[in-house]
Write a protein of this length. Structure first.
Length: 548
């Protein structure tokens, strides 16, 4: 919800925060690394989700209220990697929202939950709204539970605590949220209370950034969507079991708020919003152009595998949280076919390079557009009503199919090191003399053999075991502790990498010094290449102990 951003804009209004100044100017207890010299993260970047932070779920949830760390501690200890220069692309960040709350604390000198209470909730009469994780008894007794459908019934889901409270931990009621909604519709005023001056509210509600002119924009804390030709601004909120949406139609002076408490509520939320808009603000019927079969060859430029850019890039979390790929192909009928975890959708190209669902539907997330790089290659696609992320096109060597095939092929090749002891036993059994080789040749085989076998063991035994162990992963994700078992498992490829470096050196030496026969040297060289390939797969997935 846009409450933290409203707090930021209050301090902007008072001249205490400059939207275009380095946030490090305001942070008292830690600093954001200068990853891109001369391109600092500013408050404007945080409000538009263009700071360039990778996504992370580490320590976003916590085991219990008693040991819950503060937002200051969370932000100081879990700074995500900056993967884009600020202002280049939108990438929704819960860390960024929480960091903005830390700035509010540092500038105002007031704990964030108290700031919201005194400057927003109390003035608006939102006496049933609270940000605290340890809710007072009068609130806790009326707090709804989240539900998940299992075994043919809805079962209460386990409650969890959020360390990123400002990004998604407000407990409220529909009447209270209506007050907040009306205050923004009325440019900062509700009843006798004023939480923002009109010029500040207008600035907050205005377009501020877009990844493409055809895509709706980010405002300062809100984001735009266009549905049935109407401009809306709003903000959603999602956990595993709670899904909410606050939406304003500024020109129509109308608003919409919905919240559900079940895992399947995301779809219900979108359907209810669409039904609301279709009933009160109906649009014109969608008129689609006819698909052009002759365009099929041209549409091939959009074909490929795409991946949502909102995920982790630099840590082990990448492997356990990588989003499902989206595959786009051009059909002979002149349409684009998108296959994702949500199903299959065909798109027809319209004006301005906008692709519409071929069935004539109007999905809340909008249509799709492709963005090209200066060299003309397709860089990413975006949904026209989802300004908070894009879907980057993957190079062929980063697709899941290639990665899986590479891993399998490398493992098969590495497994052939088992032929060496079998060959030794065969010679020993049949009294065949062992050809003379220097001690370094024997060491070379030991290095490559151990590296190959421990990598196979890591990939096919240890890694599935560790990623399937909820206790170990839960400790890693929800506490400050890094389990020793996890560290030990991810140290295996580090050891293999050291041995692989030695193997590559020995491969060069083997050809120089003419160890073994030529077929044996070729085999050893192939083993060295397979080790490098498997370790590249490990690196792509950040499966190193130093990436924890």
């Amino acid at each position: 919800m846009p409450t933290p951003w409203t707090a930021v804009m209050q301090l902007v209004e008072e001249g205490k925060i400059d939207l275009d100044v380095d946030v490090n100017t305001y942070l008292k207890n830690f600093k954001i690394p200068d990853t891109y010299p001369g391109q600092p993260v500013t408050m404007r970047h945080l409000l538009t989700h263009t700071a360039g932070f990778e996504d992370t779920s580490l320590r976003m949830t916590w085991g219990d209220v008693e040991s819950l760390i503060s937002i200051q501690e969370y932000c100081a200890e879990n700074i995500p990697a900056r993967i884009y220069p600020p202002g280049r692309l939108s990438l929704y960040s819960n860390y960024g929202a929480t960091l903005a709350a830390v700035v509010v604390e540092d500038v105002s000198g007031v704990p964030f939950d108290q700031y919201l209470q005194s400057r927003i909730f109390t003035p608006l009469g939102m006496d049933q709204t609270n940000l605290r994780q340890d809710l007072p008894p009068e609130f806790a007794s009326r707090l709804t539970k989240g539900y998940k459908f299992a075994h043919s019934e809805n079962l209460p889901a386990e409650d969890y605590i959020l360390t990123v409270g400002p990004a998604g931990s407000i407990s409220s009621t529909a009447p209270d949220m209506a007050k907040f909604l009306i205050a923004h519709l009325q440019n900062g005023t509700y009843g006798n209370a004023t939480i923002l001056l009109p010029e500040t509210a207008n600035l907050m509600h205005s377009w501020a950034f877009s990844v493409d002119p055809r895509v709706s924009g980010m405002c300062l804390g809100f984001y735009e969507q266009y549905y049935n030709g109407r401009r809306t601004i709003g903000h959603g909120g999602d956990t595993d079991t709670f899904h909410s949406e606050l939406c304003l139609l500024p020109d129509e002076q109308a608003g919409f708020f919905v919240s559900s408490n079940s895992a399947g509520g995301r779809g219900v939320r979108d359907e209810l919003f669409a039904a609301f808009m279709d009933h009160y603000y109906p649009g014109e019927p969608v008129v689609l152009p006819e698909p052009d079969p002759s365009a099929s060859a041209r549409l091939q430029q959009y074909a490929g595998t795409y991946e949502m850019n909102r995920h982790n890039y630099a840590r082990f979390e990448r492997y356990i949280g990588l989003p499902s790929p989206i595959t786009i192909t051009a059909t002979l009928e002149g349409t684009l076919r998108m296959v994702s975890s949500d199903g299959t959708v065909e798109y027809i190209e319209g004006e301005s390079g906008i692709f519409f669902p071929a069935d004539g539907s109007r999905p809340v997330k909008g249509n799709i557009v492709f963005h090209t790089a200066p060299d003309g290659s397709v860089e990413y696609f975006a949904y026209t009503n989802v300004p908070v992320m894009v879907y980057s096109r993957l190079p062929w060597f980063m697709t899941a199919d290639f990665q899986d095939n590479l891993k399998t092929a490398a493992a098969i090749i590495l497994g052939t090191v088992l032929l060496w002891p079998l060959l030794f036993l065969f010679r020993h059994t049949h009294a065949i003399p062992e050809p003379f080789n220097p001690k370094t040749a024997r060491i070379a085989r030991w290095c490559s053999g151990i590296a190959a076998l421990i990598l196979i063991m890591f990939v096919y035994i240890l890694l599935p075991w560790i990623t399937g162990n909820e206790g170990i992963l839960g400790t890693y994700i929800q506490t400050r502790e890094i389990p020793g078992t996890l560290t030990a498992v991810l140290t295996v490829p580090v050891i293999a990498a050291i041995l692989a470096i030695a193997t590559v050196a020995f491969a060069v030496l083997a050809w120089k010094e003419k160890y073994w026969t030529i077929p044996h040297r070729v085999h050893y060289t192939i083993i060295a290449i397979a080790l490098v390939a498997m370790l590249w797969w490990v690196h792509v997935n950040r499966l190193w102990a130093f990436c924890l």
